[in-house]
Design a protein around this ligand. Structure first.
Ligand code: PEP
Ligand code: MG
Length: 575
């Protein structure tokens, strides 16, 4: 397959008219960078195409049930024999899908519909709709199994109609497999030399697509907006670490990006910490976690501690506020993962994209600008008091001395009140800098607290007035925006003047080049997803503090995020 042999898509048309590549954004699932043409799987059978909508007569129903049972058995047997030939996660996934094909609840629901007079294909389609809706409503891991259900439906329908097994064609050249979502049976048999990256418009980081990609050792980006518009054969640069898919990038630049990612991956694998520039300027590299399990996983990386424990993520599914005792136990698990190390606990950042049912959020037209983060404590001060008690109890139980910070601080008065409360529990107070007002008055805020932690995700959203969830505004919601960097600089300068630490815990810290720029702007620690710790540490170890400062100056002086990025990367490459 080749980029020039197919007609242009709307996205390619944009590329050609503007001369700029289009960058699609999604959720990074498996790291790595690849450049190759796009491959889409063939169309799946339409469940109701060509089916007669009439009710089956009584005498035909038994035969139709037998036909369905035979088709299900064939599909399950085929999957099982592929499972036997596969290894590891692929084998497991195939075996699980085979089991699903003969699941009792599933087959009984279809049988019943056939017994009531529906032809097998229609009974199958209706049951799949019912189960898909149910799994979707259950959310989380169950929702991510929806692709498996649809896959079983399509395979059995193809079998009933005597059509070839649906699935992914074997590409002629190494390709990036794009799909709405990929079923395990599609992905399990893939050859990583021919399918070099996976990109889906649905799915989450724990979907089967991501699991298989990890096993195959190929980059994967999921939940990519507008992916459907990328035509087969279009050349794309997939960055599984940043969660981007660049359509029709400059070929030379793309090849260089792939080569650079390979070199960086090799260096990152061998990085052992602690965080420092090549000339020995210490910058702690820390991990962001959301529970005890993630903290233990982070402890197996060279992360020197935890720079952001997002406590609200422990309670997203709760109707009722967890007791102080239960909270203390959960926080204690995280503290225990890094004995004698720095752990920064963030108080509940509920609201906006992370509502908590027990926090009593008001109905708001614009929740990102509403009562979220520390603002919840205005109407519900006891919620914060109980959480601080739980953190203090966890600290006492583990012998740790955690730092505690508040999200969404906007004024020095808020910082002052929070600090007093935190100190009354014997804990060390700090605040997040996520609101431009707080970055501008960082010097006054810092007089009240012991440290700052810059949340570049929200700081970018609020500085650029661009919803961080909007794919259409992705260019604006880029932490490389010089306006955002100027605010980071303002906060870091306040820290340097007062001799207090100022870290970054937003996603910006996970971008190795940007991490170096942040250090050049004066931040004293970087906290990132555990998966990015090694890459960030290795990038920092490869440059001097002077290079970081030159890169920061170049980025600050730029007019756009693209120019800031390329100017900084050039400065980091110059010795
Ligand atoms: C941030 O805004 O950068 C941050 C770390 O907080 P969250 O992503 O949880 O909003
Ligand atoms: Mg935030």
């Amino acid at each position: 397959m080749n980029a020039t042999s197919v007609s242009p898509s709307p996205l390619t048309a944009d590329v050609e008219s503007s001369g700029l590549p289009v960058v699609l954004r999604g959720v990074p699932a498996v790291g790595g960078v690849r450049y190759a043409p796009v491959l889409w799987p063939g169309a799946r059978p339409a469940p109701d195409a060509g089916e007669v909508a009439v009710e089956l007569g009584e005498p035909e129903r038994a035969g139709e049930r037998a036909r369905f049972a035979a088709a299900s058995l064939t599909v399950a047997d085929r999957l099982r024999s592929r499972a036997a030939r596969a290894t590891g996660a692929a084998a497991e996934v195939l075996a699980t899908t085979a089991t699903l094909a003969q699941d009792r609840a599933w087959t009984a629901a279809i049988d019943k519909r056939i017994a009531d007079g529906l032809p097998a294909v229609r009974a199958l389609a209706a049951t799949a709709d019912q189960f898909v809706e149910m799994f979707t409503r259950m959310g989380g891991l169950m929702a991510e199994r929806v692709a498996d259900l649809r896959d079983i439906r399509d395979r059995v329908i193809a079998e009933l109609r005597g059509l070839p097994e649906p699935g992914v064609p074997v590409p002629d050249v190494p390709s990036v497999l794009c799909a709405e979502d990929l079923a395990p049976a599609d992905t399990a048999g893939l050859d990583p030399h021919l399918v070099v990256a996976l990109v889906t418009s649905l799915g989450g980081p724990t979907s089967h697509t991501a699991i298989i990609a990890r096993q195959l050792g190929i980059p994967c980006v999921v939940a990519v907006q507008d992916l459907a518009q990328v035509r087969p054969g279009a050349m794309v640069l997939v960055d599984g670490t940043r969660g981007t898919v660049t359509v029709e990038p400059d070929a030379g630049a793309a090849a260089e990006a792939v080569a650079r990612a390979r070199r960086e991956a090799e260096l990152a694998d061998s990085w052992r910490g602690p965080g420092a520039t090549a000339d020995g300027h210490r910058v702690a590299v820390l991990a962001n976690v959301q529970d005890g399990a993630a903290a233990h996983a982070a402890a197996s990386t060279p992360a020197e501690g935890i720079g952001l424990f997002r406590t609200e993520l422990c309670f997203l599914n709760r109707d009722l506020e967890p007791s102080v005792g239960e909270q203390a136990q959960i926080y204690g698990e995280v503290l225990a993962a890094f004995p004698e190390r720095k752990v920064v606990v963030r108080t509940l950042d509920a609201g906006s994209d992370k509502p908590l049912r027990f926090a009593g959020h008001p109905d708001e037209a614009n929740p990102a600008l509403g009562v979220r983060g520390i603002r919840i404590a205005q109407g519900n001060p006891d919620l914060l008091t109980r959480q601080l008690q739980a953190i203090a109890d966890a600290a006492a139980a583990t012998g740790q001395r955690p730092w505690v910070m508040a999200p969404m601080i906007a004024t020095p008065a808020e910082a002052k009140a929070f600090a007093a409360q935190v100190r009354s529990f014997g804990l060390t107070p700090g605040v997040m800098i996520e609101v431009p007002a707080a970055a501008l008055l960082a010097d006054r805020i810092l007089r009240h607290v012991d440290f700052l932690s810059i949340g570049t995700n929200d700081l970018t959203q609020y500085t650029m007035a661009a919803d961080r969830m909007s794919a259409d505004l992705a260019t604006l919601s880029d932490p490389w925006q010089p306006a955002v960097l100027a605010l980071v600089h303002s906060a870091a300068r306040a820290g340097a003047d007062q001799g207090k630490p100022v870290g970054v815990c937003g996603e910006a810290a996970a971008d190795p080049a940007l991490a170096c720029v942040l250090v050049g702007l004066g931040v004293t620690s970087l906290s990132t997803a555990a998966a990015a710790v090694r890459a960030v540490g290795a990038a920092l170890a490869g440059v001097t503090l002077d290079q970081c400062r030159s890169a920061a100056d170049a980025a600050l002086a730029a007019e756009s995020s693209d120019v800031a990025r390329s100017a900084a990367i050039a400065a980091l490459a110059t010795r």
